[in-house]
Design a binder for this molecule. Structure first.
Ligand code: G
Ligand code: MN
Length: 609
């Protein structure tokens, strides 16, 4: 073995196979990004006392970073692996000593030597996992050059063996922290009886501000708690949750606080240091513990948790605001995200959303929300057969607001969603009444209806009353539903559709082929046509496989006696191809843009003459 005490020698990472073994051992220990534990802190404290150094560390060497499980007199919670003195220690069987880093060619340019924490003296001993792989180190660090005699080396070795024994022992036994100040680098505060969650967190924030600590506020939810309650009684659910919270508190001394905020939501406060990412990893680790905590009372249950997180002092200085921001990050997290960190852009987006929702109602009344009519043509003979009504919004202050932005927002609020739907139906039926009077064969009008309307029992009656008022039959109305909005229940949807059909209204499946297209939509719902999504249609003149996909969808629909509409046709080539496939209808910019009613009306008149 090369002697790392020889300053000419740089440590290698070891062979790829060695590094793999080492990392596997480290992973098996499950220690990275866990919270501080008194049993490790104690050893580090002792080391600093014995050797009279300002700093003592227990570190672990991950793929590309050095992470600290215990840190006495040291503010970073991780460094890059390349800077780590400990990577030398790792490769060495004995205690590794640098008496003066500033004159050692391997270290004199090291950022930890030229900058904070200005290391001069270093002594470290490798820490090995249960199978002997070096996973980390125990070290002491000083700001002045000094020596380290054999007896000191012997003591450091003993302390390192103690760390190894603790590692092998696994998780710390419960032992509740109950102090009320900033002690020994750790932030603690006990609960006052009768204090609200917000009061308690505000008090923690006060302590943290004085001690210069950073806190992460978690808004965590057990997403499947309602399922648990369906199977087990409420008392048992309460005990289960109580026990789970206690375990989280006892095992994580950096989790300063955790309590229940509502039925399924919990608020936690983590004392963290380093980057926002470190806080997020810590939150992920806590959630992972929640998942493991599955056996109690002979019940086996796996909690699914998600969380949002805000940071003190970065994001706000009051509990109320921090909790709100954590909640906001949680509720707007992207699909698949487990812990979502608050960012200022989330706040901006949410402000914009509230503003749009606020202004939408007035928009419906003052005409800044209006409709464009996009023509639909038969492919045989290019005759106009109908229009799709498309909502447009031009706000005096905000300018044009895209339907891609406002429709999803409106859809979330039942009142607004329904107001828009009824407005569209009113607009369509009023125009149909006009066309009926002036033309023998009025065009169809298609309206987009969110799937949720089909779960409302009064919907068909509402529609029927609009038709009655204008003395119009439903025969020229088509309701378009996207496949995505229908998933929850076929039975309820089918029943509403049947009632609508009784008043003559036809149903079309919209955007077919854009999402989780289900053939069941075509066979089990009383629909009359299939609109094939533009994402499919616009590819057919580019690649054979898209052409074949489109042809298959057309054939599939025809197999159920359903005509098809090609959406988003933009070129002559696409128009020719969809016609050649026997797709019946076309809607798209090539034949007609969504246009104001006056133009649509002119088109109808032109067709009639
Ligand atoms: O999902 P639905 O079919 O309801 O959406 C129709 C949308 O597609 C409208 O917003 C309309 O403006 C748009 N659209 C209609 N025809 C075309 C087209 O030829 N190309 C593109 N890119 N969009 C279209
Ligand atoms: Mn549509």
């Amino acid at each position: 073995m090369t002697d790392p005490q020889d300053p000419k020698v740089a440590p290698s990472r070891g062979s790829v196979a060695d590094e793999k073994l080492r990392r596997a051992e480290l992973a098996g220990l499950d220690i990275l990004d866990t919270g501080p534990e008194e049993r490790f802190d104690r050893i580090a404290r002792l080391a600093a006392l014995i050797f009279d150094t300002p700093t003592a560390l227990i570190s672990f060497i991950d793929h590309d970073r050095q992470w600290f499980k215990a840190r006495i007199g040291f503010n970073l919670c991780e460094t890059s692996r390349d800077e780590a003195f400990c990577r030398y220690t790792l490769a060495y069987a004995q205690v590794f000593v640098i008496e003066d880093a500033s004159i050692d060619p391997r270290f004199r340019d090291n950022p930890l030597v030229v900058g904070y924490p200005y290391i001069r003296f270093y002594a470290g001993r490798a820490i090995r996992g249960p199978t002997g792989q070096p996973v980390g180190s125990l070290c002491v660090i000083g700001h002045n050059p000094r020596g380290f005699d054999d007896r000191s080396r012997e003591i450091l070795r003993e302390l390192a063996l103690w760390v190894e024994a603790e590692l092998a022992r696994g998780v710390e036994e419960p032992g509740r922290l109950a102090r009320t100040s900033h002690e020994g680098g750790r932030l603690v505060a006990t609960a006052d009886a009768g204090e609200t969650i917000y009061e308690h967190i505000d008090r923690l924030l006060g302590v943290a501000a004085k001690a210069n600590h950073r806190l992460a506020i978690l808004h965590m939810r057990v997403d499947n708690l309602p399922e648990f309650k369906l199977v087990h009684d409420a008392g048992r659910a309460r005990r289960f949750i109580g026990r789970w919270l206690n375990n989280l508190r006892n095992r994580n001394s950096d989790l300063l606080y955790i309590d229940r905020l509502s039925e399924t939501a919990f608020i936690g406060v983590i004392d963290y240091c380093g980057s926002a990412d470190a806080a997020r990893r810590r939150c992920d680790a806590l959630r992972a513990q929640a998942v493991q905590e599955t056996r109690f009372d002979n019940i086996h249950f796996v909690f699914n948790t998600t969380a949002g997180m805000s940071l003190f002092p970065d994001h706000a200085s009051s509990a109320a605001e921090l909790v709100n921001k954590a909640r906001l990050a949680h509720s707007t997290r992207r699909w698949g995200d487990r812990t979502a960190l608050f960012t200022p852009s989330i706040a901006l987006r949410s402000q914009r959303h509230s503003l749009l929702q606020e202004r939408f109602e007035t928009a419906l009344l003052d005409g800044s929300l209006y409709f464009h009519w996009q023509p639909i043509f038969g492919n045989a003979g290019r005759t106009l057969v109908g229009f799709e009504l498309l909502a447009r919004w031009y706000d005096a202050q905000l300018g044009a607001v895209s339907p891609n932005e406002f429709i999803p927002l409106i859809d979330r609020q039942e009142r607004l969603r329904r107001a828009l739907v009824m407005n569209a139906i009113e607009t369509a039926v009023a125009q149909l009444a006009h066309w009926q009077q002036h033309h023998d064969d009025p065009p169809d009008v298609a309206i987009n209806i969110p799937g949720s309307e089909f779960y409302r029992e009064d919907f068909p009656d509402l529609v029927a009353s609009v038709l009655r008022r204008h003395d119009v039959s439903g025969a020229h109305l088509v309701f378009e539903l996207t496949e995505r909005s229908l998933i929850p229940s076929f039975a309820a949807t089918a029943e509403t559709m049947q009632r609508l059909r009784q008043i003559g209204i036809r149903m079309a499946i919209d955007d077919f082929g854009s999402g989780y297209s289900s053939i069941a939509y075509l066979t089990e719902l009383p629909i009359s046509s299939v609109k094939i999504d533009k994402s499919v249609v616009q590819q057919i003149d580019r690649a054979a496989q898209h052409y074949r996909l489109m042809q298959s969808i057309v054939d599939l629909a025809h197999g159920q006696n359903l005509p098809t509409v090609a959406e988003g046709v933009e070129t002559r080539a696409q128009l020719e191809l969809v016609t050649e496939m026997h797709c019946e209808y076309t809607q798209g910019f090539f034949l007609g843009y969504p246009q104001p009613l006056a133009q649509a009306d002119a088109l109808v008149a032109q067709q009639a003459s």
